[in-house]
Design a protein. Structure first.
Length: 231
């Protein structure tokens, strides 16, 4: 009887999470329509992934309300969606950098990195007790380097003033959409790696946050991430 009740409650909770996710996507689509932003199925699929991550971290924040970096990363995901919708590349990279930084802080848990992520952070990631191969490490490092470079303008400052100004005002929609799609795919790949590392190195926190809710975790981040808790 008790098992059946728990199963029913979990099913209701998954339905609620699905409802929240779908409602969020509808709000995004309404915003896009109001602001004459063209979005396609690939965009909404991407925003659905980010919405699930917001909900995932909200579960953790409910169990551990004083988790500062969890609060920040939730905000990062919201602002990434907004900057992607507006096709604001610089702000997208700014939020991507912050997402990577806060994942690394919660994975490595070294107080030295609470304010700044440094070269030592990545050295510790690849040489520490973390299950990560060279390809995964290279993706994280290159995306972080690219986002920092774009934010600080390392490459853009080398261009001539006239060509830079023309690039800024040029409205090449097809090209910008292709870039957005490619970046969205990279973000999804990146998150899969960071999610796994985060769960592997915070199993007690995840188990507590999703106590008797492993099916909810499976819906939010996939079966492979849920199974990490049972290894």
């Amino acid at each position: 009887m008790a098992i059946a009740l728990v199963s029913s409650l979990i099913k209701d909770e998954i339905n609620l999470v699905k409802f929240e996710t779908n409602k969020f996507i509808k709000v995004i689509c309404a915003y896009a329509e109001e602001n004459e932003v063209e979005i396609q199925q690939t965009d909404t699929d991407f925003y659905r992934v980010l919405a699930k991550h917001i909900l995932f971290f909200k579960y953790i924040l409910t169990a551990y309300p004083s988790s500062y970096f969890v609060q920040v990363i939730i905000s990062d995901f919201y602002y990434y969606i907004i900057s992607d919708l507006k096709n604001e590349a610089r702000y997208s990279f700014l939020n991507e950098r912050s997402i990577i930084e806060n994942y690394l802080r919660m994975i490595i848990k070294n107080d030295d990195y609470n304010t700044h992520i440094t070269h030592n952070t990545f050295e510790e990631l690849i040489n520490g007790p973390y299950v990560i191969d060279q390809i995964e490490y290279s993706l994280i490092k290159s995306e972080y380097t690219n986002s920092c470079g774009y934010i600080h303008g390392n490459q853009i400052l080398k261009d001539q003033l006239s060509s830079l100004f023309e690039d800024c005002i040029k409205n090449d929609v097809k090209k910008s959409l292709q870039k957005r799609r490619a970046q969205q795919d990279l973000i999804v790949r990146l998150l899969k790696i960071l999610d796994r590392l985060f769960i592997e190195n915070n199993t007690d926190i995840i188990s507590s946050s999703f106590h008797r809710r492993k099916s909810v975790l499976k819906y939010l981040l996939g079966e492979s991430n849920m199974e990490i808790l049972f290894k």
